[in-house]
Design a protein around this ligand. Sequence first.
Ligand code: UT7
Length: 332
Amino acid sequence: MIHSKITGVGMYVPEQVVTNDDLSKMMDTSDEWIIERTGIKERRFFKEGEDTVSSMGAHAAEQALERAGKKAEDIDLIVMATLSSDYNFPGSGVLVQRKLPFRQIPAFDVRAQCSGFIYALSVADQFIKTGMVKNALVIGSEVQSNVFEKSDRGRNMAVIFGDGAGAVVLEATEEPNKGILTTKLHSDGRFAEELYLEHPGSRRKERFSPDMIEKGELLPYMNGKMVFVNALKYFPEVIREALTECNLKDSDIDLLIPHQANARITVQVQKEMNLPDGKVISNIDRFGNTTAASIPIALCEAWQDGKIKDGDLIAIASFGSGFMWASALIRW
Ligand code: UT7
């Protein structure tokens, strides 16, 4: 049966490192608070005029292509996961498409926030399974540093998020027990307003107004505790759903790569699933939460560091705005 496997991984993060102390100069926060509550020590901020969601995505894609031994011309599909597209429309998939010598292939965005990469991976996987395409690029890329107010008012979110991109090349394969074994996707829209950015949306006659700026309505809102509690519930649940379907158990996981939302969430999930330290990836200390880019960046680093071997069972999982949550099992 045709299914897909990952044959190349890539990442790109902007040069500018922003430490907790840097942020403490802009708002009432501290290195101690940020490390204790989130595990973050530093993150990257994009440089205007140099980095965009599409340019960072294209850099990550180039690296993934090179490692897969593929050329842009070989790719049949681009699925782009982002909540921070260069433009409101069109999406950033087409902007990546024009940056490298791709053919006139389908390229589109998936809006699933923190779960964006796994949703996008699942979409590309289905295209490959049906035989519609042979080679796909799945990209997660975000610029978050310019949506938060770097002030006391915006501190609860401004300290958490960062910028960056990751990408994978997916290829059709007929090798048994290899590649993507399953993907599990979920949502519960009742919680949409627990982590959201209302404006500029299309509900009101005016998409934005000076009034909205003044009231802080152009800033995202997050009910941190509500997200935290639900993340702890759904991370293990969605991973186990995938394991059960594949007749596998927690201890079969060789490497768990969770969405990097908060080091405390990762530690709790690790405990709940009884996984030893070496089997769980955490890089939030260096990049913060890069939303749809966090899993492909962590996957790429794990691969670069030699933490992924042939035949390993890799679990990836995410939870975030929507609420949307997801998992995938990959036999490397
Ligand atoms: O990837 C998207 C999904 N997002 C997540 O998974 C996020 C999940 N939630 C979290 O990670 C945590 O809830 C946060 C890290 C966002 C917050 O941690 P918390 O332990 O839930 O803190 P809190 O929001 O309850 O705030 C505790 C205190 C408050 O002060 P009072 O009311 O106790 O006096 C906040 O005002 O910390 C204050 N606070 C800050 N202090 C210093 C909030 N933000 C900051 C800050 N620096 N940046």
